[in-house]
Design a binder for this molecule. Structure first.
Ligand code: TK8
Length: 338
């Protein structure tokens, strides 16, 4: 009997790896090295979500998907990484939708100011048919859009003066993303808009190449902009999404099982990232104040004036070929409000 037990034990031990291999083969999952680039630091909402994503992929693939995050734009700026994905030299990234306008112009619709009132509206529009359609539009450009993460509502910082009314922006050299909607908007507000890659921003602020910038409070914290910027103005002028992208060349080589794992882990990362960003965002203002920033909030009356001032930016966007996408986006927002 002992012998029998032993034999069974040995048989089981021998069979176990075979069973594991068979189920992995049935799953059709190969070992995959995934280089995932991003612009912010490891210690940011972006970095935390990349880490979570990598862990989810590992779990869901039985350790076969090995995703390595490269933060601080170490693989390049948003635009450089998009091109690396298209060429197949890099597998994945997360970056701003705003920097995608050179590839799919329609992403610029998100950059028009004061569209969303809150995160709930943004989630509904991004995860609904409107956001989906934009993701799909990337496919014939060599990219696969997986999910949207939250960058957040953007606010102004500068080293010159507190901004309590739009005129205070006059003459301020303000770094904006490389996107015509931002350039147009801030020039209308009287600032001197300077398009620049995020990867060059801290140095530009430190050396005085630019006086200010605009980003969500989470980024102002994680990128340590408080070290080189005195004034923070809560303006929430644009809700800014991040988009998780894969190289289409690479993605097309995945099996159906592998695509399923990747897509499901991406959705899990989105849910984690939004929750984490919102929690972090609620702490950031107090943190920035403690770091010595002088903080003010724009009044509702002033925000109304700004809304009025940028109305022509909407007309310009529509006239430049964006009429249809803008109409669709506004309809999607109206639907989300119901
Ligand atoms: C990070 C950028 C950043 C964006 C910007 O790569 O450029 O200001 O807000 O998050 O995508």
């Amino acid at each position: 009997f002992r012998k029998l037990l032993l034999a069974t034990g040995i048989a089981a031990a021998l069979l176990a790896p075979i069973a594991a291999t068979t189920s992995a083969a049935a799953q059709d999952v190969k070992t995959r090295i995934i280089r995932f680039g991003y612009g912010l630091s490891e210690n940011s909402n972006q970095g935390r979500a990349v880490k979570y994503f990598a862990e989810e992929l590992s779990k869901r693939s039985g350790g076969k998907f090995k995703m390595k995050g490269f933060g601080d734009a170490s693989l390049g700026s948003d635009i450089q990484m998009q091109n690396a994905l298209i060429g197949g030299a890099q597998e994945m990234m997360v970056g701003s939708t705003a920097t995608l306008v050179g590839i799919v112009k329609d992403f610029g619709a998100f950059d028009l100011p004061f569209l969303f009132n809150n995160e709930r509206e943004a989630d509904a529009v991004l995860d609904g048919p409107f956001g989906e359609k934009l993701l799909k539009s990337l496919n014939d450009k060599g990219l696969v859009g997986l999910v949207y993460w939250e960058n957040g509502f953007r606010n102004l910082t500068n080293s010159k003066r507190p901004i309590t009314k739009v005129e205070d922006m006059g003459g301020i050299k303000l770094r904006v993303m490389q996107n015509p909607v931002y350039i147009d908007m801030f020039n209308r507000f009287g600032a001197n808009a300077v398009p620049l890659a995020f990867s060059e921003l801290f140095t530009a602020l430190e050396t005085g190449t630019v006086d200010g910038q605009e980003n969500p409070v989470t980024t102002i914290q994680s990128s340590k902009f408080y070290e080189v910027q005195k004034y923070l103005t809560i303006s929430r002028h644009v809700y800014s999404p991040w988009i998780v992208l894969a190289s289409k060349r690479w993605y097309d080589g995945l099996s159906a099982d592998e695509k399923k794992i990747l897509n499901e882990a991406a959705v899990a990362s989105r849910d984690f990232e939004r929750k984490d960003s919102r929690e972090a965002s609620a702490q950031s203002v107090a943190y920035l104040k403690e770091k010595g920033m002088q903080i003010n909030e724009l009044s509702p009356a002033e925000l109304d004036r700004m809304r009025e001032m940028v109305k022509p930016a909407f007309d310009k966007y529509a006239a430049d070929g964006g009429a249809e996408v803008l109409k669709d986006l506004q309809a999607a927002i109206t639907a989300a409000r119901k």
